[in-house]
Design a protein. Sequence first.
Length: 335
Amino acid sequence: MSGWDGLYPLPMLPSWVPGAAAGIVSLHLIQKLLFPYFWADLRYLLKVLMYGLRVEMYRLQGRTVTVLDKFVKLAEKQPHKPFLIYEGKVHTYQDVDRRSNRVAQVFLQHGALKKGDTVALLMGNEPDFIHVWFGLAKLGCVVAFLNFNVRSRSLLHCVSSCEPKILVVGADLLGTLEEILPNLQKVVSVWIMTKDSSFPTVHTLLDKIEAASEDPVPVNRRSANNLKSSVLYIFTSGTTGLPKAAVISHMQVLKGAAGLWAFGATAEDIIYITLPLYHSAASLLGIGGCIELGATCVLKKKFSASQFWSDCKKYNVTVIQYIGELCRYLCSQPV
């Protein structure tokens, strides 16, 4: 034994340390083997809890912040950032904010709507769907998204069940309107997204939007006193009978909009939406999710398996949405 060993004896570890170390290593191996996503799931759960606490703090402080409020703030903060890209055309946050203001001004000047009234929206995927949706929301209206694949009796049922003051119809759905117009209740005022109309009792909207002011309408029109108040009606597909309206509150919109953020998407992502906007996946998780992140959305008129991957490449898409069989259609495409 050297002198150094005598002067500085090695410390003895407590007897429980090797056992504890072996236990920790064993737990780590078991976790890796049986629960490989434990830490990722835990991080996701903590993010969701933190988001819920933040919303609850707003409520306790008397601050009711909706997804629309967040969008308006983003339009001020990043006005020139692309919000929507549709058929190659870029619509910035400021563009969408200003055009939705025009929509709100048209109906404000028309004087037909008061806060809390319902407006039904029968439109396909296009930027004006979002402009009309946001414009009506800025007036404090409840917007009912109608499934454009539903026709005649089922469509009339959807319209009558949500009792709208106004029905707004896209230019490419005038044939559908023609089918139901004779049986539509007279109390429903019909507006079409065109500059002229061949229907004598129908109002045109596109010409009025283009002539309207971009000034914002009074903030108190859109302000929500309660996150539990209704803001949207989204209909079921009607596979087991007539379609039924799901009542969507501000709180549910906030929760849906937080989905992409909770899964790790960021403001730098470009999100590709091919699902119909009348569906909650596209509108709440997709458009709402873009707003929560301050990100960019590439909007497609309708899903195309043959154009999907080329679109992703063209627009540098980083996040896609899917439901049901969509992935199977994509996987069956030639390489």
